[in-house]
Design a protein around this ligand. Sequence first.
Ligand SMILES: Nc1ncnc2c1ncn2[C@@H]1O[C@H](COP(=O)(O)OP(=O)(O)OP(=O)(O)O)[C@@H](O)[C@H]1O
Ligand SMILES: [Mg+2]
Length: 340
Amino acid sequence: MTFDHTTTEPLLSIRNVARRFSIPQGLLKPPKVLNAVNGIDLDVAPGEIVGIVGESGCGKSTLGRIVTGLMPASEGTILLGGRDVSTIPRLELARLVQPIFQDPYSSLNPRRSIAGTVAEPLHIHGIGESSKRFEKAVEMLDRVGLPSRFANHFPSQLSGGQRQRVAIARALILNPQLIVCDEPTSALDVSVQSQILNLLMELRRDFKLTYLFISHNLAVVEHIADRVGVMYLGRIAEMAPAPDLFAAPRHPYSQALLNSVLTPEPGAGVPDIGLRGTFPDPLNPPAGCVFHPRCPREFGPCSSRVPALLPADSGQGSGQVACHLANPEFSSPTEPLHVA
Ligand SMILES: Nc1ncnc2c1ncn2[C@@H]1O[C@H](COP(=O)(O)OP(=O)(O)OP(=O)(O)O)[C@@H](O)[C@H]1O
Ligand SMILES: [Mg+2]
């Protein structure tokens, strides 16, 4: 699906968002600051699926937690339907934005029936008569592919894919506008992954949902996302419509990432993506472009100036790239940024 970002008011608007963590260095040393996300600008149109990809530790989940209201930003603003989320009361925000996480087992109460689990948000938010809540939960379970005979089952009686369907039903029961999916299929068998992805796409259409879809699995993101943001060390390196990114990545990091096969296990370490140097220490990030020590195209300004996320191809395409090679202000000593 394509969205006209020049005319559509974004549902989600992220402006210059940063999140810093203070990391203790032992008794005698002062703590260090870790910029988990830094200078993030991102708009998501209503009905759009925006994928966020990048290696382990690049800040995907931190960004997702900030958007969901589970963690405050250290800097910047997040607007949802034009309203600053930091001013939206917590319960109201939970009705508007719902998360779906990787591991449905740890997010489901093992002692609560699945219909009870799905009905719980209605109870917390005081929505509907109590006698109708169970009925509504059963309807939602049916909608996500779990017929009524499952209603009184417990999470331990379900497969991983079925548990993720329960988590999806619970996320949708409050009729949210935005769903933040953080690796929603990474714990599932490959065959089940595509069923869940297809379900999420059907639900987007039927419930007019918008997704921020975090994954380090490029194939999954290519399948589901309309646009994709590639993150590296807390920053967005490139943002582009999914078909454009996968056909012709612009940023040298996106090119390396797409040439690699990322590990299907989040948190299982940084894959070798064939670049020089190693993944930088986030406590001592490189100056200038954070990617420059590993970049095969590094030149003049890269080690000292942070590249802004600017329209790629002199604004002719709809993508944006944070790379000095794409900035007409600098004339590169090598060829200009081109299609890989
Ligand atoms: N609560 C925290 N306290 C301190 N550091 C944190 C905290 N949460 C995240 N970080 C650090 O912030 C950086 C980004 O972490 P984050 O979990 O957002 O990465 P990610 O892209 O989701 O990685 P993965 O693919 O492994 O899930 C990492 O360096 C991580 O160690
Ligand atoms: Mg994560």
